[in-house]
Design a protein around this ligand. Structure first.
Ligand SMILES: [Mn+2]
Length: 323
């Protein structure tokens, strides 16, 4: 545990709502906005513990994030140690990075699957990407009863909407696209994930197939947990849109149109309001200004390349990975 762990420590750990984010230094400003929004919507009668898994977040950023603590929301940092599993993932990512147009070649994406192992004190936890903004109390997500299921997540709208991704999921993963979920917002039953050895199963697939995939961490999840997923109300993982429904509980700035890169994108006000008071606004504004035409072009090309990759991988006769 970091010496910068602060805040409440209620006696009954089960009464705490544990919320995990996984970041590197580059994600710190977005994570700050996300954490800030979480705290703004927290129920004053409950306790929350935000746990940030990172790969060596610098001291300054840890201090800045720690400043966000409130009376009933603690922040804790946990640096990922180089276990054999993590080494296998880092190596896999290095090989993937050589493929052009890859969004998902960072080991940070896989940290969420270490949570069950690293935190045996928790039976259940919420995971959120750092490109999310809360509009409602995350404790309500934590309270959802998973029944027999292992995780709760929403059907991935990018897969529903984009034909190339639908074909990719059906053919390359062998998962019906209507069942495929986004892993950017999840309620995880950590006890069940420990019991089924989720992490070592995933590492096994990585080692066995060394597959070049469109969204590897998420693709493995969908293959490993097929049939064991609770379908979350889409309001808990909404795409930004001009007319965001009133019931939206969380906005996820997934893949394109990040408000810290582009002006005049849907839900940008929601993002900038959440960033207010975090101490990161200046940095975020500068990032947006620096995101010139050249960078925008490269960003669009990356998205195009990802869709193309999906189309190409969908040409396979057999799934690229299977249990
Ligand atoms: Mn995301």
């Amino acid at each position: 545990m970091s010496i910068f762990y602060t805040g409440i420590n209620p006696l009954n750990k089960l009464k705490v709502v544990p919320v995990f984010l996984t970041i590197n230094s580059a994600y710190a400003p977005y994570a700050a906005a996300s954490i800030n929004s979480l705290m703004q919507h927290a129920d004053p009668k409950r306790y929350y513990r935000v746990i940030v898994l990172h790969d060596g977040l610098n001291l300054v950023n840890r201090i800045r994030l720690r400043h966000l603590v409130t009376k009933n929301c603690a922040i804790q940092f946990k640096k990922m140690t180089r276990s054999l599993y993590l080494k296998a993932i880092v190596k896999y990512c290095m090989r993937q990075r050589k493929g052009a147009g890859d969004f998902f070649s960072s080991a940070v994406y896989y940290y969420r699957f270490f949570i069950p192992r690293l935190f045996p004190i928790y039976e259940k936890a919420v995971y959120i990407d750092s490109d999310t903004i809360l509009r409602d109390d995350i404790g309500k997500l934590y309270d959802i009863d998973l029944g027999e299921k292992v995780v709760a997540a929403r059907r991935d709208p990018k897969v529903t909407d984009i034909k190339e991704f639908r074909d990719y999921v059906d053919k390359a993963l062998g998962v019906p696209h209507s069942e495929y979920v986004n892993d950017g917002v999840m309620l995880m039953d950590l006890k069940k994930m420990r019991k089924m050895k989720y992490l070592s199963t995933m590492i096994g697939l990585i080692k066995k197939y060394d597959a070049d995939l469109v969204a590897p961490d998420q693709d493995y999840l969908n293959v490993i947990l097929r049939g064991q997923i609770f379908y979350l109300d889409p309001n808990w993982n909404m795409e930004p849109s001009k007319d965001l429904p009133r019931g939206a509980k969380l906005v996820h700035f997934n893949l394109f149109n990040k408000p810290w890169h582009y002006k005049n994108v849907p839900c940008e006000r929601i993002f900038w309001n959440a960033a207010k008071g975090t101490g990161f606004t200046g940095e975020l504004k500068r990032q947006q200004e620096a995101f010139n035409e050249e960078k925008q072009k490269a960003d669009h090309e990356k998205v195009g390349a990802l869709i193309e990759k999906g189309a190409k991988l969908a040409e396979t006769k057999d799934p690229l990975i299977s249990l």
